[in-house]
Design a protein around this ligand. Sequence first.
Ligand code: ADP
Ligand code: MG
Length: 879
Amino acid sequence: MAEAGASTPLMDQYRAVQARYPGHLVLFRVGDFYETFGEDAKLLSRELEVVLTARSSDSRGERIPMAGVPHHAVESYLGRLVRKGYKVALCDQVEDARFAKGLVRREVTRVVTPGTVIEDRILPGPEHNFLVAIALPEAASAAFGAVDVTTGELYTGIVEGTGPTALLLALAPFAPREILLPLHAAPGSRESVEAALHGEFPSARLEAAPSSVGRDGWPAPLVASATGLPAPEEEVVGRIVRYVAATQPRLLPFLERLPRAPGDRRLRLDGKTLRHLEITRPMNPEGEGSPTLLSTWSETVTGPGRRTLGFWLRNPLSDVPAIVERQDAVAALLDLGEEMGGIRDVLRRVADLSRITARLAGRRLRPPELAAVRSSLQSVVEVRSILGAAGRAPATAALAERLDPLPELAHTLAAALPDEPPATVESGGLFRHGFHAGLDAARAQEEEALQELETLERTEALASGIKSLKIGYNQVFGYYFEVTRPHLARVPPHFRRKQTLSGAERFTSDALTALETRILEARERASEAELGRWEAFLAELEPEIPRLHRLSRAVGELDVLLAFAWIAYRRGYVRPLVDESTTLSIRAGRHPVLDVTLGERFVPNDTELDLVGTRLVVLTGPNMSGKSTYMRQVGLLVVLAQVGAFLPVASARIGRVSALYTRMGFTDEIARGKSSFMVEMTEVAEILASADERSLVLLDEVGRGTSTFDGLALAWATLREFHDRIRCRVYLATHYHQLSELTATLPGAATAHLAVEETGRGIVFLHRLVAGGTDRSFGIHVARLAGMPPGVVEEAERLLARLESGGLTLQDGARRPRSERPRFAQAVLLPTPMPPEDIEAAQVREALAALDTDRVTPMEALALLAEWKRRLHPAGTER
Ligand code: ADP
Ligand code: MG
């Protein structure tokens, strides 16, 4: 009540701003702080760990919570708020408090949202920062648009297929930071889309989409680059226009719609595949910092290069001529050999031009950044001349051609900027002498007055005989003569006392006051002229922005191609043959991440799939033998080949893949705490629904999260579906070695396993792929290696022996209610399985026996109970 009623002019002003910016966290400038009040103050204090205080908010002395951050540090706080998904409105004082009548006027000068920030200190890194909008028309297909305002790139597309899954597939390659979600979507569909988006992109901010702006409200360049768009895509672009106009209006004229890939034919990668293959992020969110494909292949040397690499890896091509074009460029660069190192050293000096350009457009540019553009353009000239030197291969020369060093801009910057511009606009000295006559004149006047000041100091010292007489300056008192205490007797009569210090007195005189006025006026004139010229100067640079963005993209692409060539050169990687065949044939392939982290210790393996021969391989082998690694290796090599990179292989032929699906079963997904049999089946169902002949499917132990017979039966049925109906290339890893035996009956399928060597004391993993299946799963050996107590291992061996002779299966089945007994029709069809449950059960019994019930705490007991329950009844088999 107190809050609602509390009223002072300041609080009224604050609430009026809040009302105009609903959904924003308003940071309200009061003196040197940005403050928040009431509920927002509590929130700010919690999120940023800043002190919560209170101020009296009305005449009766009611107190209201208040929390704020110092204005000079606001950027870093903004960064933290935006990363937490807040949308912030900065409300500044827009008139000088000295001249304000009554309350200072305040206005929102900046809105900062996760998808529209441009400041380096707020952006998480050089990677793309996409704002995504979607349209969900009732009758037509959904459409999406993704814009990175920091690079001016806008991509749009129609979602293939229906439902949230199709939408997620379309959005996954963008890793959106902020999503504009239409409010008016059909009832029910909005909720399901919202839940799906939240699940897939947990760190993205979901924002109610504004209404769409029609084409005639778009800036001209956008209209030009988006002619002939279908209506749903146009709607999406219109939404983006409205949102950017509200958050970063100055950037709007520089958005350009681009095709994502030549002909826009891309290798489809859904979010799960991106995660499982750890393309740009580690699968385990806690594994932050553990290697990914992007981190291991980040041999780029510029911000745009790193950004382009991330984007390419998430958007591999599916167009053979486009892939070959990139490969040709890499091959041509590779021919330069050691010389590449020199080019990379020059390229390294090129700044992140796109980001600087966005800040130029948004007027958040610091002067040194323009100097960075100037020196970057020099480096571009240098790279261009090395690449374009006489006698180069046509592909190399073509790369040089694409680097436009923007000579006019270079000239302008050279003429205007001093060698080392000041850190901030306010500190002055923005322009080189001779660039602006008015500014130079004002500076000369200031300089002249300062000279006279020195003369005055000398004459007064001489006249008074006070040798230590000094002229000083401070903000409050201006210029003064300072006389130390012992000399006060000699102070001339025309000095007037200004200030008394402990050891000295400060004075002024008519001459000093007059000089002071001249100096301050000249300085004021200079600074006005300078700031005015700076604004005008930035405006003059604006026409260069589209060219700067284009140059930055060219630098990024060159950087990635050079990185691929450099990696190939350093690590001895090989150009794969990518064609329209249906082959997937790899000799001595290595995992592109482990090849770097494990080096020599990594065991290479072959891959051989073909739609006309063996299109489906069932992979068996004990735990830890390398099944998952092998399948990821195949997936990653395909991704890299279709990005245009050279590969860690002896040779490779990759028939174009149009979509890559990977699913990891129970054991691997459990780290995310998400897997259940239901989830697994949903995922496989999705693949079955969308895979086609050109897809590559990698299924890793899917169907584990249920009882043995169910899982085996489903795995077999799934395998048949891929083999008989979809007929695409498939690897399927399984611990059901029985599947191998069934596979022998299918003409398009084969089996392989990862070899192990049995020694007297256990097994050694060879990590070598061998044709044919295995008949044992070696789980017990692995348990022994893992340090399982010998008693457990021996008991397990006894159980296994009985299981394999069939005894325990029957006994075990007989103990269960009739309805739950294994179906013997299946048991007859399939060889006797070794149920992992029984090993689990043995372990649980052992643990129970070892438990000291006198010493266990209730909490520990509960945790143990939960664990045992989980182990005895894995997810999905709850009863
Ligand atoms: P699985 O899926 O069969 O349980 P993983 O693929 O998880 O086995 O591999 C187990 C371990 O073996 C991994 O930690 C990996 O580092 C190592 N490994 C797998 N394949 C190879 C290989 N080809 N060369 C060397 N080490 C490998
Ligand atoms: Mg595995």
